[in-house]
Write a protein that binds this ligand. Sequence first.
Ligand SMILES: *Cc1c(COP(=O)(O)O)cnc(C)c1O
Length: 477
Amino acid sequence: MTTDTHNPFEDVALAMDAAHAAARELILTFPDRPVGRGVSPGAMEAAFDDALPIEGVSASVAIDEWLARAEPGIVSTAGPRFFGWVFGGVTPGAIAGDWLISALDQQGSLWTANPASVQTEHAAVRWLKEMFEIPTDWVGTTTSGATMSNMVGLSAGRQWVGQQLGFDPALDGLAGNPVIPVVTSTEIHTSAIKALGHLGLGKRAIRKVAAPGGAIDLAAFERELDSIDGPVLVVANAAEVNSGAFDDLNGMIDIARAHPDGAWVHVDGAFGLFARLSQRTRHFVDGIERADSIGSDAHKWLNVPYDSGFAFVRDREALFGSFSNPAPYLAGAPVGLDFDNYIPEMSRRARGVAIWMSIKQMGLRGYQEMVDRCLDNAWKFASWIESEPGFELIAPAPLNIVCWRYVPDGLDDDATDQFNRDAVKAIQADGRVFVSGTVYNGHAAIRCAFDNWTTTAEDIEILQSAVRDIGEQLRSG
Ligand SMILES: *Cc1c(COP(=O)(O)O)cnc(C)c1O
């Protein structure tokens, strides 16, 4: 018998307090501290070249040691003036849910082990379906992000198409069986390509139809389907990541439904699904409820911490056929409750709790207002770009992405491209705001995404002055 009465969870509580204090200090200064510092890979590598610690320390010392090394490389991606890629921040409800499940180490697959967490995810998925007007009889699951959401939807689609072709992809494998054709547009997101590669459908085998302006050419799509004898897997984009352009979902689904041997239509709605939450943009996703599967992200526009996404699938059998995970040692809960039958993983974080708590805290109304505010911010910035000399809006901004570039007088195409690449780095190092670069229609360009719940109209003014100042600095050499 031990006489030590020390409760080890006191140490956990101290670690939580110390982590809380450190995080609190950082996030409360988000509005004022530089968003990023333009830190170099060499500097970060040097900061983290310590040898393996042999003796341990308290968690609060570990936190201090980490912050001392990490500080210059902590970008305020959750703050109001981070406009890079499509990131989003963290709502109060979301961080509460996320911290709670970490402290309690809740997994989100096996109902019998963590009934509250797993049931919370079923409830969160039901709320998400209602928010986005997805039929209630679809199956849904959280994922680690839209790449995995695409993987979930496309895997169910592969299963369905395979069965139409007379084999079971999960049981039989693909070798020696008929090819599963995949049709999409040239604007398919790299994550869906990655998922298709992983599913054995062949990144190079994907048939990509032209998409002038970012939206699939419907006539060309119809011709492509007509050229295929047999069932097809289709990937629609809602929305395209550089410009926010949407495929005509009803148009695509009409054509797919008319295909003689059927088609499974998966929609990548990583952030575009959120168009559904504003009266001004909801028409872009009209018809999405007629698709077969939808992938989306929670760590983007839902403003839930990394990593978090969600997927909806119409056909429960196709999804189960792909991922069901029977094992005697797992049996216990009634069929359909355990999430390991819906996803590639077995154990995983109980992500549904952060989503549940964020929706509880924000309400549907809170999310609708946030999306509208983000749209106001994006469109304000887009019209400013359009009206300013020396700038070009290089694609329309139908949603929350603004794709633009500097067009300084007297520079040829190559020099203009270089100017824009330099400008992205200079803006990131300046620290007032953070933007990221891309290539659009062959031109180096700059993207700004507006999907953080804390961004205000004043932040847009700071964005405008930062991009104007950096442009002037670069021009004057
Ligand atoms: C971000 C994004 C993805 C990938 O999402 P992750 O969360 O990074 O896995 C897929 N599709 C689109 C359109 C995206 O914007």
